[in-house]
Design a protein around this ligand. Structure first.
Ligand code: XUL
Length: 497
């Protein structure tokens, strides 16, 4: 080919779809689709259909498909997609799509990762397998995972479940739509978010799958490595100038591809994603699991393992404390710097909403001082330290010190939070130049397939920091003492409940 090569990466996330074109010199174009704004006909403005039951969160699979199509068309207006030699993607993890053998979805709505309606199914899995489920699959039974969702679907409508040829997570279903034949495999990154795969062997666990739902083992897609080709691009998706027939590298989950796109997929590297929820995920050489059962372990899309802990009280807690203090975001940052750091007498457990790490069912922040009456800078400092102490406390099981932490999400704009992270973890903290880390991770896998350039070399070239905060060694003793006090306060508070 005399033209410069190009690889395309897709991020099919909760609220929309992004498509990114990666060329030899880096990212050439990004296109975005928002479900509420661009595809209102599906009636899921925030990415899920309204439901009277707040535990139920379902979305129309056809909307995701339409979103991918539109994003590719839009990307084609920005870049010459005729140059593209490979494509891959990542989807919101977990969820459940039942399909026929050609990949046609069997129902108009499918549960997504926000669904919390499979408590009974998780309890049944726990009762049957106990701690072995976490030790083997990487996670205690999780309501949003494909396995518990499949068990619920089989209980509610046994005939429909029996009629399904395939039981997909969202990534393998979208991948199936994109390839000729409509039946794509799944990568270990997505398969590990299902409570169905053996982490060590990267194969479906036959006992767990058979117990989860009748006939399930035969309905699961094949697991292939994250650099494998899943098929060739179907003519229906040759959009925006893409050529039908180009290789589609198997899709992965958004968290594994985000780790890759952040340039943090080497063991000892971690990401703090400061969004609606704060997610802390770290690359690991070996598959360890969280003895407390709060964290998840997934395979990475770079061939390793990763932890993931999702803290519910992220941006919403920061926003609440900021507003109550009458501050803008600059004021929040200034307040953070103004208060005395590492005060073990000013600790806050930031559980404004029910928390998942640690599991706290009843909402209500708990402080060991008069939080409500304290000055704004004290409240801001105690909140951010509390959030970071929780990340550090609940990542101890991962083992070892982190060499580097990448930070992304809205909260990463606040430089003060990066300083607290650097001092508590005693590791350099970096905010990256680019923001589309999931689409970039997927595009990096496609590019690596196309050109043979190793993922690590690509990461070194593409994932450059816009801001790097070095840890202050002088802060280490005092921050460690406050951290220990926080962990004890958390333990005592939980024990007293
Ligand atoms: C991770 C999880 C979320 C979704 C968001 O386990 O449920 O991060 O992947 O898309």
């Amino acid at each position: 080919m005399d033209k410069k090569p190009l690889a395309v990466g897709i991020d099919a996330s909760t609220q929309g779809v992004k498509a990114l074109a990666l060329g030899p010199d880096g990212v050439e174009a990004v296109a975005a689709v928002n479900f509420g704004k661009d595809l209102p006909q599906f009636g899921a403005p925030e990415g899920f259909a309204p439901d009277p039951d707040p535990a139920v969160r379902r979305a129309p699979p056809r909307m995701w498909e339409a979103g991918v199509r539109l994003a590719l068309e839009r990307l084609g207006a920005e870049a010459d997609l005729g140059r593209a030699g490979a494509l891959s993607g990542a989807a919101q993890q977990h969820g459940l799509v039942l399909s026929d053998a050609a990949g046609e979805p069997l129902s108009a709505l499918a549960p997504i990762w926000m669904d919390r309606s499979t408590g009974a199914e998780c309890a049944a899995l726990d009762a049957r397998f106990g701690a072995a489920l976490r030790e083997k699959t990487g996670s205690a039974a999780a309501e949003r995972f494909t396995g518990p969702q499949a068990r619920k679907a089989a209980r509610e409508d046994p005939a429909a479940f029996a009629a399904a040829a395939r039981v997909h997570c969202i990534a393998s279903w979208l991948n199936s739509r994109l390839v000729e034949g409509g039946d794509a495999p799944v990568d270990p990154g997505s398969a590990s978010g299902q409570n169905l795969m053996d982490l060590a062997s990267r194969e479906w666990n036959a006992d767990v799958a058979a117990f989860t739902a009748p006939g399930l083992p035969a309905k699961l897609p094949r697991i292939v490595p994250s650099d494998a080709v899943s098929g060739s691009l179907a003519p229906a998706f040759a959009l925006g100038g893409l050529r039908a027939g180009i290789p589609v590298v198997v899709w992965s989950g958004d968290n594994p591809d985000s780790l890759l796109g952040m340039g943090c997929a080497a063991p000892g590297e971690a990401v703090a994603s400061l969004g609606t929820s704060d997610t802390f995920f770290a690359s690991m050489a070996e598959p360890r699991t969280d003895p407390d059962g709060f964290g998840n372990v997934f395979c990475t899309s770079a061939g390793g393992y990763m932890s993931l802990s999702c803290f519910t009280n992220g941006a919403l807690a920061r926003d609440r404390v900021r507003r109550e203090a009458g501050l803008g975001w600059d004021g929040f940052d200034a307040a953070l710097a103004a208060a005395a750091p590492w005060d073990a007498g000013s600790l806050l457990l930031p559980w404004f909403a029910p928390e998942s790490v640690p599991r706290v069912a009843r909402a209500g922040a708990v402080a060991n001082f008069g939080f409500d009456a304290a000055p704004p800078e004290r409240r801001v400092r105690s909140l951010v330290e509390g959030q970071v102490f929780a990340m550090k406390t609940h990542s101890a099981w991962i083992g070892g010190a982190f060499k580097r932490i990448g930070v992304t999400g809205g909260g990463s704009k606040c430089a003060g939070i990066l300083r607290v992270l650097a001092d508590v973890f005693q590791a350099p903290v970096e905010r990256l130049e680019g923001t589309e880390t999931v689409a970039l991770g997927a595009a990096m896998r496609a590019w690596s397939h196309l050109t043979g350039e190793p993922l690590a070399a690509l990461a070194a070239r593409l994932c450059r920091p816009a801001l790097r905060v070095e840890p202050d060694p002088a802060a280490a003793p005092a921050s460690a003492a406050a951290l220990a006090a926080y962990a004890a306060f958390e333990r005592e508070t939980l024990a007293a409940r």
